[in-house]
Ligand binder design. Structure first.
Ligand code: SF4
Length: 458
């Protein structure tokens, strides 16, 4: 199947998107660095912690999932397993039907983005509203997240204020950041109170305790629980860790990596339905597979150790330029390059161009708190795309370059002539793979000369 080249999306990126994503990702990366240096000034301590996180996630996942399911059931949670996105959505729709749920609120969850839950429930007539500010901003415009932690990273505040006015979240245009937040709060208050059910993800599932940890900065998870009578949590099974003891390792890494905070403002633990009147009386937990079993048994298993912090995206020079939507999938950036084609299953080739959106600079692996060898996985993904004979429409044929680069004598003879390339009318090439490739790239002029000579002369 033909793929949709990432270049087509890049050509349409607005300058305001580039500047918003570029500055936000750079600031977060700098904050991440500062906070780790303050927390662990001793050389190698952060790295050691990352190694421990990797090792914990590498423990027997199947056994931990079994244990988590038993513990959750023991705590009164109805546990379900969904093989794929459709099964998970149908399970949720059935619960809603059985419980008469008409209004629901949602707490930010990339797993629900992965399965396309909102549009599915809306098509069945459910009013489902995102309660995280960033998610609300993109939901009212019908957009998907451009970043896994900061879903509205690509939006500027004047544009958000206009959108709030247009969609009646605010009475009038007001781009004061504090007022934007207060308008969202006022709008959401009614939704919280009207909600029959709350849907959340789970940052971690504690196998021994049978509890989930929800990590937020806005307190919306806790607030949602106060009104709704039904709580449905859904997460990929890789979110299971052995117990609360191991959670400490992840809590020390997650917020610092994600937002440059020592800790998020709220860390909520939910271990079953509540006994108090103002808490959900029923709780369901759905373990989502959706391709994860296959990944677990493959050479890409390390990617399941991801803790969804977004640090690799913030650090990635390509993501900073093209923003998350260019990756056309729920998970963008270095994480998405590896995960999106794998989760796509039979539609693997639709994402076969993604591994090319990587310079292999290795910056993502340096910051990944789970110590995932992302560049290695990107290279493996390139190989897999080749093995599957995926067709990438604007793939430039590098065979001529490869021919020259592997023949040193010929290369040396031809390099001094490279200045002649400046006279080629490349700007006039508008069609075909080369035209599409050049649409988003400006080639610098060749200066001529030999690198070896420059290097020798210092
Ligand atoms: S791959 Fe690593 S850096 Fe990227 S989101 Fe996952 S845990 Fe964070």
């Amino acid at each position: 199947m033909a793929t949709q080249p990432i270049d087509d999306f890049c050509a349409k990126i607005k300058p305001s998107t580039k500047s918003a994503v570029g500055s936000a990702s750079k600031e977060t990366t700098a904050a991440r660095k500062r906070i780790f240096e303050a927390a662990y000034p001793e050389a190698g301590k952060t790295d050691a912690l990352r190694g421990i996180a990797n090792a914990i996630k590498g423990q027997d996942l199947a056994a931990n999932v079994r244990r988590a399911a038993e513990s959750l059931e023991r705590n009164g949670v109805k546990v379900l397993f969904a093989a794929d996105a459709m099964e998970a959505k149908e399970q949720i729709a059935e619960i809603f039907k059985a419980e008469g749920v008409k209004n629901a609120v949602k707490v930010k969850s990339m797993t629900t983005e992965e399965i396309g839950l909102n549009s599915f429930l809306q098509s069945l007539g459910t009013d489902i509203v995102e309660t995280d500010l960033g998610e609300l901003i993109i939901q009212i415009e019908g957009e998907g997240p451009s970043h896994i932690v900061k879903p509205a990273m690509h939006r500027k505040r004047d544009d958000i204020a206009a959108s709030f006015e247009r969609h009646h979240v605010a009475d009038s245009y007001d781009d004061n950041p504090q007022h934007i937040t207060l308008n969202a709060r006022k709008y959401l208050r009614k939704k919280f109170l009207a909600a029959d059910a709350v849907i959340t993800g789970a940052n971690y599932v504690l196998a021994k305790e049978g509890a989930i940890a929800l990590i937020t900065n806005e307190g919306n998870a806790r607030f949602s629980m106060a009104g709704a009578k039904i709580h449905i949590a859904i997460a990929g099974f890789e979110k299971v860790i052995p117990s609360a003891k191991e959670l400490a390792v992840f809590l020390n890494l997650l917020a610092r990596s994600a937002t440059g905070q020592h800790s998020t403002v709220y860390t909520d633990f939910v271990s079953g339905p509540g006994s108090a009147k103002n808490s959900p009386q029923k709780m369901y937990f759905i373990f989502l597979d959706n391709g994860r079993s296959d990944i677990l048994g493959s050479e890409f298993a390390e990617i399941l150790k991801c803790m969804r912090c977004g640090a690799c995206m913030n650090r990635c020079p390509v993501f900073r330029l093209i923003s998350g939507h260019a990756y056309r999938a729920t998970y963008p950036g270095p994480l998405g390059i590896v995960l999106s084609p794998l989760l796509a299953g039979e539609r693997f080739c639709e994402y076969a161009d993604l591994p090319k959106a990587c310079t292999l600079c290795g910056a993502c692996a340096e910051v990944c708190p789970a110590k995932i060898p992302l560049p290695d996985l990107v290279l493996k993904m390139r190989d897999l795309a080749k093995t599957k004979h995926c067709k990438v429409p604007n793939d430039i044929n590098f065979a001529p370059f490869s021919f020259l680069a592997t023949r040193p004598k010929l290369w040396r003879a031809l390099v001094p002539l490279n200045r002649l390339a400046n006279f080629l009318p490349l700007g006039a090439v508008k069609f075909g793979p080369l035209g599409r490739w050049l649409k988003t790239r400006t080639l610098p002029s060749f200066r001529g000369g030999l690198f070896r000579k420059w290097f020798k002369n210092g």
